[in-house]
Design a protein around this ligand. Sequence first.
Ligand code: FES
Length: 120
Amino acid sequence: MSTLFVCITCRREGDPPADIRPGARLYAALKAEAGDIDVQPVECLSNCTRSCTAAVAAPGKWTYVVGHLDPDRNVPDMVHFARLHQASADGLTAWRDRPVHVRKNTIARVPPMPIVKEPS
Ligand code: FES
């Protein structure tokens, strides 16, 4: 199962002050729309200047960090991308299948952790 980690402390430059941070709104919207995708809140993915930010990850799969997410516009993009990630054996998805926002705003992709074999 893939997990969407969503930064709930993200603010976006130029946004008016709000009681609820845009990152928290993004998290709530993704949680409501993601269905079988696990959605978890985190505090800061170290992408603050390109917020809002979310990452999709799963054991044994590549992790993708995506920025410049607008909680009012990009929820369907991230849900779609998380479903592609979940359906993929290794987390890699065809570039052309990714939502345009994800294509243009992927901040990083990180390889899966190597499997460490215990000495026998
Ligand atoms: S506060 Fe969201 S990435 Fe830093």
